[in-house]
Structure formats: C-alpha cells, structure tokens
Ligand binder design. Structure first.
Ligand code: FMN
Length: 409
C-alpha cells in the first residue's frame, strides 16, 4: 500500500470513530422517563434469629406432645378398672359373634390390645376345646369365652373352659344358674354376665358375677327392648361394686368417652369387627355391612305373644320372611299337638343359628340372616382389627382433647 493510500484509510477510520463517539454522546444525553413514585412500604419487623425460631418451634411441639400425652393418660385413667379386669391394653371387648368369633378374629382383637371373645353358641365341647387351644397358639394376650346359658351341653362346655384354664367367661342368652357361676368361680375364672335391668344387675352381683355387661337394643344379634343410652343411665350410676361394660351402638370415640364419663369401665363392640380383615365372614356378608345404613338393621317381629321370641336385629331381606314362615309353621305344629311349647322356642332359636351361618359363612345374604347392629351405618371399609381398635382409641383421645378445650374455654 502506497503512503497516499495509507493516509486515506486513516482519515476514513477517524471519521468513523468520530461518528461513533457522536452517537454515544447522543444516547447518553437522552433522559429516561421519570418513574411513578412508589408507595412507602411498611417497615418490616425484626426477623427472629435462627435460635429464636428453633426455641419457638421446640416449645410448640413440646406443648403439643404434652397435651396429647395428657389426653391419652386421661383415657387410660378413665378405663383403668376395665383394663385391669380384662388384663388388656385397652378396655375394648370384641363381642362374641356366633360363627365369626373364632380363632382368627379373637386372636386379632387380643393382639390389637382389645379382648377377643370366642362365641361358643354354635360349638360342641370338643370344638370349643380346639378353638381355645388354637387361639392360645395365635396370641399370648388375654381372651374370653362366651357361653350360652341355654346350651344343651352347658356343663361340658364349662368343664372344657375349666380344663383349658380360660380366664374369663361371658354368660349370654339368659341368667346363669347360681351353681354354674359358683362352678367356674371356684376354678378361678372371672365371670361376666349381661344385666338387662338394674334389679337383675344387683341380683347377679349377689350371685357372684365379677363384672357386668349392659347391651342396648341398638346391638346386632339377639337384643333386649331397651336402648344402650337408657340402660347406661339406669344402671351405671348405681353399680360400683363391679366393673360395667357397655355394648350396643358404640362406634366412635365420642360415644365411648361419654359412657366412660358416665361410669362405664369399658365397652364391647360387635358389628364393627365383622368387617375386620381377619374376620372369616363371607365377602358378601361384609359387603352388606359396608353398604347398609343404620335404619336397615331392623328388629325381627314376633307373631304370637304365646311364644315370645327373643328379638333379633338384622338387615331386612328374604330371610326375614322365612323367619315369619318358620314361626308360623312351628306354632301350627304346636296347635296340632305335634310339639310342645318349649320345642317351638327351641326350633325358632335353631332357625337363627342356621340362618346366620347361611349368610355369614355361605354368603347367601338374601335368604340367610344378616345380623347387624345399628352401628352398621358407621362402617364403610374393611380394616385389620388392630387398626379398628387404634382408630377408636385415637378418636377417644381426640374427643377428650375437644372436651378439655371446651371446658378450658
Ligand atoms: C352377627 C352377630 C352375631 C352375634 N352373636 C352373638 C353371640 O353369639 N353371643 C352374644 O352374646 N352376642 C352376640 N352378638 C352381640 C355382640 O356380641 C355385641 O354385644 C353386639 O354386637 C354389640 O353391639 P354393636 O354391634 O352395635 O357393636 C352378635 C352380634 C352380631 C352382629
């Protein structure tokens, strides 16, 4: 490149640089549009230090644990007498249910902290013995045996309980005789009896019962005429000599805590345990329970006052009609002189045992008897027995917490 060309290039570069500098000056001279003025912000509180945060959260959780621990202890105190009597973690008895309260359900309830009870109504003595031994193999926790006073082999049934060193017997289906109570008590077995009235409760205490069960008409299976709430008010304030357990319609912690406040030592639950995973009830039977409303569990009617049948609460179905037909047929045979009055009642009782098996075990929920308490309306799922028990305990603790808050304002 010649020196002339070189000079020309330098001039071009100078011009370009001067233009760029001008442009920059132009841009820099542009003033920005003014921003709208911002509202003044409230002054922020001083942030707590990390240590303060930790201290506050620790205080909160400590007070929470203290609170719930207190409520749990309160429940423990409320049913201490029942727990001591049964020898269990919780004073919750799994009410005996014919065909269903066998080794699986009984051991599951006892392992879950409750008190499982074998229903021996439909068993013969040798079957009862096998069942007691089987439960022992499945749990080391306490359990009892429900013995029906009208059982044709009641003496042999009691002998089996004594030989197998059963700790608690529940006499059901009527008032046990004084010799039967004495026989088992002499063997060191604790006796629990159903008290349908205050007068009967006092009589049973004189006969030596160690505890009482009051079972209201909300229950499933064979029922009396009086509701749980009335029986509780009639009996609980007047019986202090022995622990009293309440059965029939206990489905939530609210009901349980209320009965404990009224003086009960614990409760007995039947229907809820039908839908325990471990219960051997046919899936159709369980499904009927999960679908039913409380009002579907109706007491069966008695057609002739000369033959007072013990009322049975069950879900209405074709089986209800079969029951009425069975009563009519037995009464007609009585009137023809074919059978006596006692046989009529025996036949009616046998009808139930067979009808319950048909529904509960064979799954014929249309023609069999789906015995269920009114608490059936509170059941909507199948759960392990231990979970049913824990849920009820948790619900009761929450209930105590609610009441405490209500009282403390
Ligand atoms: C299907 C079924 C069968 C029952 N069988 C008996 C029984 O054999 N002996 C007995 O004393 N109670 C029997 N009961 C009553 C229960 O043991 C329990 O006291 C009652 O169900 C409690 O009421 P709930 O169902 O509202 O919990 C039975 C109850 C049901 C639902």
């Amino acid at each position: 490149m010649s020196s002339q060309e070189e000079n020309q290039n330098k001039n071009v570069n100078k011009n370009v640089s001067a233009k760029i500098v001008d442009k920059i000056k132009q841009i820099q001279s542009h003033s920005l549009p003014s921003l709208p003025s911002l509202p003044s912000l409230p002054s922020l509180p001083d942030f707590p230090t990390y240590e303060e945060c930790m201290r506050k959260s620790k205080e909160f959780w400590e007070s929470f644990t203290f609170f719930s621990k207190n409520n749990y202890e309160a429940l423990d105190r409320m049913w201490a007498r029942g727990k001591d009597f049964l020898g269990t973690k919780y004073a919750i008895m799994g009410g005996a249910m014919s065909w269903l309260s066998e080794r699986h359900l009984v051991s599951a309830i006892s392992n879950g902290g409750g008190f499982g009870i074998i229903a021996s109504g439909g068993m013969k003595p040798d079957i009862l013995r096998t069942e007691i031994q089987a439960v022992r193999m499945m749990t080391s926790k306490p359990f009892g045996v429900n013995v029906i006073t009208m059982h044709r082999q009641i003496d042999e049934m009691l002998d089996v309980c004594i030989e197998e060193e059963v700790t608690h017997i529940v006499f059901a289906g009527g008032v046990p005789t004084a010799p039967h109570i004495k026989k088992v008590k002499d063997a060191g077995i604790k006796v629990i009896c159903f008290a349908p009235t205050l007068a009967m409760a006092k009589r049973l205490i004189r006969l030596g019962t160690d505890a009482l069960l009051i079972e209201g008409s909300e229950s499933g299976g064979h029922i009396g005429p009086i509701s749980t709430l009335i029986l509780a008010q009639e009996i609980l304030p007047h019986i202090t000599e022995v622990p009293v357990f309440v059965a029939g319609g206990v489905g939530t912690g609210g009901a349980l805590v209320s009965f404990l406040e009224m003086g009960a030592a614990g409760c007995q639950i039947g229907s809820r345990f039908v839908c325990a995973t471990e219960c051997i009830a046919h899936p159709n039977f369980k499904k009927s329970f999960m679908r039913a409303n409380s009002r579907d569990a109706m007491p069966m009617i008695q057609i002739d006052p000369r033959f007072p049948v013990i009322s049975v609460r069950a879900l209405g179905n074709e089986g209800t009609k079969h029951f009425i037909a069975a009563q009519k047929e037995a009464i007609a045979r009585f009137e023809n002189g074919e059978i006596d009055a006692k046989t009529v009642q025996d036949e009616i009782e046998h009808f139930w045992v067979g009808a319950l098996k048909k529904a509960a075990i064979d799954g014929d929920v249309e023609n069999g008897s789906v015995m269920a308490g009114q608490s059936v309306g509170l059941i909507d799922k199948e759960q392990p027995a231990a979970e049913i028990i824990e849920n009820l305990v948790e619900d009761s603790v929450n209930e105590i917490s609610k009441r405490r808050k209500l009282l403390e304002g």
